[in-house]
Design a protein around this ligand. Structure first.
Ligand code: AHR
Length: 493
């Protein structure tokens, strides 16, 4: 491990802004993400505002969720939006075939989603049904949401919403190579061209149309899509999960060896190489970077917790997951000339979630705290930097830096986030400040006695954010000791 490391900041006028949408979230009709996690209904004894849990609303506001993707995932391509509008008692039920065969009562639909986004100040990101839905169905959904007048607006008004909502981000299908219809890239490119044609800009609304993109290493998908439909899209997506594989056990979220831990960090960091390869392909067709790349699903995917409902993807979240979140966000910060949005999967009770809920209790996960301590980076200008760290060779021949860092500046304030990936050794950090005239520094730290520590009902604050007062500005340099397995954000002014 490194005993000491220097972080060299290279502020540049021309550096890109870290879009706040890099901190996007994803909420699917899957397990208890929506039902129980966000929505409990107006008549619930659980404290709520118009049916949304108050505790989760507050948690979402505190991390300034900039954009929320809904209703899937795989669910999106089996979802028929007309089933989710109108009086609740008349809404038909369906079987959620993708996720455990749970019965979906459609009580959370279009109105409930868009009103939630308004309530928390998040931009809605709608995933449209291309796999099992018609062109007409998708076109009318956009009209229902965004038109001021006309037949669809009339029904919306009858259902209680006079003014149209704002809709920018529209996904035309999800994982169209798999659960979203098992398309070939050529066939999907044609379907994309057709479906998006009829998704209109009503009144002042302007859609940002997103093609369903590749999963991790499928570069051919990006190549074909960019070639055949690149001129008709504003963005294309990419999914990348930190998981040991898609066949057999993915390993426990809470029981793992040191070797597993380092492997996890290596796998998570590979999102940088993979994204860059997709970006290189996009550069061939779109050298001016008009088309955005959106990593609209990412995060850890472990085995479901024993005793939970199969297919509901409920997993615990340890300090290891927090490390994955911080390292991934550090990588995304460096790719913001093309990567304009990412959405961690998912916001509540599913995969690498922000919150876990059980009846009226809520637990904030270590991953949540990373999102909280990274808020200062939202919409801030990146400060490019270099770190003279060493790298650890981990299983599967990947390299993991001992120290990872990112920095940004907004309204005269500089934020620097530092990650020490080493499980045992602290590291001295020296950050010469150059032209940055800062007098004060305050900090927050996330760490834990054991890397496998997590928060749960009964121990909700085992891993939690604490003030970090160990950084000092001395002779134009910022100096601190970064504890082992810790994440620190410093704010300077
Ligand atoms: O996030 C869980 C699932 O992962 C999504 O529904 C799907 O798009 C992906 O395979």
């Amino acid at each position: 491990a490194d005993k000491s490391v220097t972080v060299t900041l290279n502020p540049q006028e021309s550096a890109p802004v870290i879009n706040k949408e890099i901190y996007g979230q994803f909420a699917e009709h899957l397990g208890t993400c929506i039902y129980g996690g966000i929505w409990v209904g107006e008549d619930s004894p659980i404290p709520n505002t118009n049916g949304y849990r108050n505790d989760v609303l507050q948690a979402m506001r505190d991390i300034k969720v900039p954009v929320l993707r809904w209703p899937g995932g795989c669910f999106a391509d089996e979802y028929h939006w007309v089933d989710g509008i109108g009086p609740k008692e008349n809404r038909p039920r369906m079987v959620n075939n993708n996720w455990g065969g749970t019965v979906e009562d459609n009580s959370f639909g279009t109105h409930e989603f868009f009103n939630l986004c308004e309530l928390i100040g998040a931009e809605p990101y709608l995933s449209g049904n291309v796999g099992s839905g018609s062109v007409e169905e998708l076109a009318k959904w956009v009209e229902y949401i965004t038109a001021e007048e006309g037949p669809m607006a009339k029904i919306r008004k009858e259902n209680g919403r006079e003014k149209p909502w704002h809709l920018k981000y529209l996904g035309v299908g999800n994982e169209s190579w798999g659960c979203g219809g098992n398309f070939t890239p050529e066939f999907y490119a044609d379907a994309y061209r057709r479906y998006q044609t009829y998704c209109r800009n009503f009144n002042g609304n302007r859609l940002f149309k997103i093609a369903s993109g590749a999963s991790d290493y499928d570069y051919n998908w990006t190549e074909v899509l960019m070639d055949k439909a690149g001129n008709l899209m504003d963005g294309i997506s990419l999914h990348y999960y930190t998981t040991p594989g898609w066949v057999g056990s993915k390993g426990s979220a809470t029981k793992f060896t040191d070797d597993d831990y380092y492997w996890t960090l290596g796998k998570c960091l590979e999102v940088g190489d993979v994204t860059r390869k997709h970006m290189d392909i996009m550069d061939k067709f779109d050298p001016n970077k008009r088309v955005a790349l959106l990593v609209d699903e990412w995060g850890t995917w472990w085995d479901e917790e024993p005793g939970t409902v199969p297919g509901h993807l409920y997993q615990q979240n340890t300090m290891r997951d927090a490390m994955v979140a911080a390292l991934s966000l550090n990588v995304f910060h460096d790719l913001t000339d093309r990567v304009k949005m990412t959405n961690i999967a998912q916001i509540a009770n599913v995969l690498q979630s922000m919150v876990l809920t059980k009846d009226n209790q809520m637990v904030l996960t270590p991953t949540y705290y990373v999102f909280k301590m990274y808020v200062p980076h939202q919409d801030a200008k990146l400060i490019p930097l270099s770190v003279n760290t060493t790298y650890r060779k981990v299983r599967d021949n990947r390299l993991v830096p001992v120290i990872s860092a990112t920095a940004s500046e907004k309204d005269g304030k500089v934020a620097i986030s530092l990650v020490n990936t080493d499980l045992n050794e602290p590291c001295e950090i020296d950050i010469p400040l150059g032209n940055i005239k800062a007098k004060n520094v305050k900090g927050e730290i996330l760490t834990s006695a054991n890397i496998a520590d997590y928060n749960d009902f009964g121990q909700p604050e085992k891993v939690t954010l604490k003030a970090f007062n160990g950084a000092k500005i001395n002779k134009g340099s910022l100096k601190l000791t970064l504890p082992a397995k810790s994440i620190v954000t410093l704010q300077l002014d």
